[in-house]
Design a protein around this ligand. Structure first.
Ligand code: KIV
Length: 277
């Protein structure tokens, strides 16, 4: 396998081969995801909640995103790595957006960036794309502006709302994005947007007809306990396994079963020992 490209994703859409994408925030996780052959790794700003323990994605900074992106990139051979632009890092001006997107690529080493927002982000998106940076869009439920949306709920339910989402998707496509995340929208809306766009759509709670699917690593593998959205499938409960393993370790320390003779160092002769005592 070789590095996944935008052209390959486009071909996958054309040939109706589904695209897989998942988040990763550090080197070992990136190794696992890359080994599994998943096409896209997103260094999502969801790391604010999953690895930093914050209540939302809003406080995460450019420095933190660059730090995690660097670690992920070191672990990857084939997957495409997308760095998430954090809240407030791209909405003030085209200049600010280009500067931060450039930093994420240059310092973080990712292959592309993702940003949230619809029609209102089209001009800024176009400016970043014109600066030579591939951009993935993200519409529907946009966690960075959750207070504006009034909480975590399905977006685009009525015809008017759905039309607005479609318009955003088409405008962003026109602005040059190579793919778009559809988060928490009715399946019919996910299908409509997927059929109307020529670029791949990636759903997270976007239904079965999107060109690909994305999930948050920690949700998928039972490593995040605070809440589990309806659209998540939990493939394993590694959190439970980790606690069991750690309890076993603790027990063995208490019972002096660990370390065993195979874990210790020798090498001091009887003679030397006598001198020490
Ligand atoms: O930050 C993130 O993990 C995301 C996904 C939910 C798409 O944006």
């Amino acid at each position: 396998m070789s590095k996944v490209t935008i052209q390959q994703l486009q071909k996958m859409k054309a040939e109706k081969e589904k695209i897989s994408m998942i988040t990763a925030y550090d080197y070992p996780t990136a190794r696992f995801v890359d080994k599994a052959g998943i096409e896209i790794i997103l260094v999502g700003d969801s790391l604010a909640m999953t690895v930093m323990g914050l209540d939302s994605t809003v406080p995460v900074t450019m420095e933190e995103m660059i730090h995690h992106t660097k670690a992920v990139v070191r672990g990857v051979e084939n997957s495409m790595v997308i760095g998430d632009l954090p809240f407030g890092s791209y909405n003030q001006s085209k200049e600010q957006a280009i500067a931060n997107a450039t930093r994420l690529m240059k310092e973080g080493g990712c292959d592309a960036v993702k940003l949230e927002g619809g029609v209102e982000m089209a001009e800024i998106t176009k400016a970043i794309v014109n600066a030579g940076i591939p951009v993935m869009g993200h519409i529907g439920l946009t966690p960075q502006t959750i207070s504006k949306l009034g909480g975590f709920k399905v977006q685009g339910k009525g015809a008017q709302e759905a039309e607005k989402l479609l318009k955003s998707a088409l405008t962003l496509q026109e602005a040059g994005i190579f793919s778009i995340v559809l988060e928490c929208v009715p399946e019919e809306v996910g299908r409509l947007i997927t059929e109307k766009l020529s670029i791949p759509t990636i759903g997270i709670g976007g239904g079965r007809y999107c060109d690909g699917q994305v999930l948050v690593f920690h949700d998928t593998l039972g490593l995040f306990e605070k809440f589990l959205p309806k659209f998540v499938k939990r493939y394993r409960n590694l959190g439970e396994e980790i606690v069991k393993a750690l309890e076993e370790y603790k027990q063995e320390v208490k019972e002096e079963k660990f370390p065993g003779p195979e874990h210790v160092f020798g090498g001091v002769t009887e003679e030397e020992l006598k001198r020490l005592y």
